[in-house]
Write a protein that binds this ligand. Structure first.
Ligand code: ADP
Ligand code: MG
Length: 136
């Protein structure tokens, strides 16, 4: 298996619930290393271009508004199969459908406030990492 890197964002609800440490511990316990990390307050332009792929979706405006509603914690995770491993730890997009024991099942309130973002492919992970950490 290949060593990969993926981008994680702890969304405003995760930061507000004071569970950054608990979420990062899940990554570490699963064998993922946090190789970069930064607390940020996104603005509309940054959040809008990050979620550009969803521009035509009906939830795009709400998604951007939500992502700028409070600070977020952005990090880069590294390890074997990091992209898929992170997606498994996160659980399904809608917390009602997320498997027990996943981050979204345990911490998320709704499909909007679903606690974490994670890259969905190696290709997107590379783009998303460069988007936030131009030196990586
Ligand atoms: P994921 O974050 O699991 O990769 P998507 O990339 O499909 O999910 O969507 C990005 C984000 O947009 C989701 O995390 C969620 O917050 C929001 N979202 C997705 N689908 C919906 C929906 N049907 N209604 C409201 N918000 C949605
Ligand atoms: Mg996605």
């Amino acid at each position: 298996m290949a060593i990969e890197r993926t981008l994680s964002i702890i969304k405003p609800d995760g930061v507000a619930k004071n569970v950054i440490g608990k979420i990062l511990t899940r990554f570490e316990d699963a064998g993922l290393k946090i190789v970069a990390g930064r607390m940020m307050k996104l603005d509309e332009s940054l959040a809008g271009s990050f979620y550009e792929v969803h521009k035509e979706r009906p939830f795009y405006k709400d998604l951007v508004a939500y992502m700028v509603s409070g600070p977020v914690f952005v990090s880069v995770l590294e390890g074997e199969n990091a992209v898929l491993k992170n997606r498994e730890l996160m659980g399904a997009t809608d917390p009602k459908e997320a498997a027990p024991g996943t981050i979204r099942a345990d911490f998320a309130d709704s499909i909007d406030a679903n606690t974490v973002h994670g890259s969905d492919s190696l290709e997107n992970a590379k783009k998303e990492i460069t988007f936030f950490f131009s030196d990586l």
